[in-house]
Design a protein around this ligand. Structure first.
Ligand code: 0PR
Length: 380
């Protein structure tokens, strides 16, 4: 830091130059991200609530009301008016709170969690932090957790079973109904990580039930900063009822409210306001349209990739496609060199694409043209 400050104009000019180095979602070349350009209403709301801190909610009763309304909306979408929860910093914190509640509630001395091989890496961080032993459950041929394998992982120390509704790598939806039966039979907390799928499945026809209608589901992660078109950071955690809150409660005697239930203390009110703004602006109709558009685009990409001779790892359920070719790693690298941000997933030896709302058909067709051009030159 220099001794004397500079003019705001000069500082902003520098920031603009630096920001221009970043990739922009709207350029249509980010094919590897679960985040997207926020809805214009979210951006406006975020600006309006920049200083609102839900970590001291008594100072911000308006923002606090918005958070409650957002959680109420999510609770309705996930079929349980009694669900309670918070807008947090992301899926990682949401998953952390779920496992903290499960661990404290179970009160066993050597806690274990049944973790499908496809679960997000946030659970590895959480297990390390909370000293929970992950016990890995294998997947079936569609890359969904095998319920029998999950059941075999249960021991007297099991405090939770994790199911994912929209796995990070492939968008697969675990058989949550089967996991729920197992959870009920063994009296174990079932946490559904629907960070991605939580704001897709409620708007899809014939979607598998993954929510609180299933008796065993104790908590659900659903992230507005993914398919909810909110500004970052906006994660969401919902518990089946308020009894779970006792297990994640920290007393905060000198604040305007005498307890906190989130890991993060000072907490973005702008995230809650941005999510509220998107929910109000889009409504169920708008969400249904957005979800169907990305699913249709995913199908289009899937058909075209197969026509070009690429093998899909599995048929897409949500908006993620993974495909293989003779050398997926080289292909991913080549695409990246051409300015297309795709992921390469080493253990599946595939290129992975996430079709988020910032992508338009023109982006996908341009991508396919470049992919074809590259493959042709490469084969020569
Ligand atoms: N659960 C699932 C199923 C997820 O996919 C993710 C993140 C999380 C939990 C953790 O959420 P937070 O990152 O909000 O804490 N999924 C993305 C991923 O790992 C996150 C992401 C988003 C990464 C945008 C990169 C990116 O550009 O791929």
């Amino acid at each position: 830091m220099q001794l004397k400050g500079r003019s705001r104009k000069a500082v902003l000019a520098d920031l603009k130059k630096i920001r221009a180095k970043d990739s922009q979602y709207m350029d249509g070349r980010i094919l590897c991200s679960m985040c997207t350009e926020p809805h214009p209403a979210a951006k406006a709301a975020h600006k309006l609530f920049l200083s609102a801190n839900l970590g001291d909610a008594g100072l911000f009763p308006g923002t606090s009301q918005l958070e409650k309304e957002v959680i109420g909306n999510l609770a309705t979408l996930l079929s349980n008016e009694k669900a309670v929860g918070f807008i947090v910093s992301g899926g990682t914190e949401a998953n952390l709170l779920a496992l903290l509640a499960a661990r404290n509630r179970a009160g066993v001395s050597n806690p274990e969690v049944v973790l499908p091989q496809s679960a997000h890496f946030s659970f590895n961080k959480i297990c390390s932090l909370l000293r929970i032993k992950p016990v890995q459950a294998s997947l079936d041929s569609s890359f969904r957790v095998d319920p029998a394998a999950a059941k075999n992982c249960i021991s007297k120390n099991t405090i939770a079973i994790i199911g994912t509704a929209g796995t990070t790598e492939l968008g697969a939806v675990d058989p949550i109904g089967k996991l729920s039966e197992i959870a009920v039979a063994h009296g174990i907390h079932l946490h559904v990580d629907a960070a991605l799928g939580g704001l897709m499945l409620p708007f899809m026809e014939n979607a598998p039930i993954c929510d609180f209608r299933l008796e065993g589901v104790a908590s659900i992660t659903v992230d507005p900063h993914k398919m909810g078109l909110a500004t970052v950071p906006a994660g969401g955690i919902l518990f089946r009822d308020s009894t779970y809150l006792e297990y994640i409660k920290t007393e905060t005697p000198y604040l305007t409210e005498n307890a906190q239930y989130t890991f993060v203390g000072t907490r973005s009110g702008a995230s809650a306001a941005a999510t509220w703004a998107v929910f109000e602006t889009l409504g169920r109709e708008g969400f249904t349209k957005t979800v169907n558009r990305v699913l249709k685009l995913t199908q289009f990409l899937s058909v075209r990739l197969k026509a070009l001779g690429f093998e899909l790892v599995t048929e897409p359920t949500l908006n993620i496609i993974a495909f293989r070719c003779s050398n997926s790693k080289l292909l991913a690298r080549a695409l990246q060199q051409r300015g297309w941000f795709v992921s390469y997933v080493p253990h599946l030896d595939c290129v992975r694409i996430v079709v988020m709302p910032h992508l338009k058909k023109l982006h996908i067709t341009t991508f396919l043209q470049e992919l074809t051009a590259h493959t042709k030159t490469h084969q020569k």
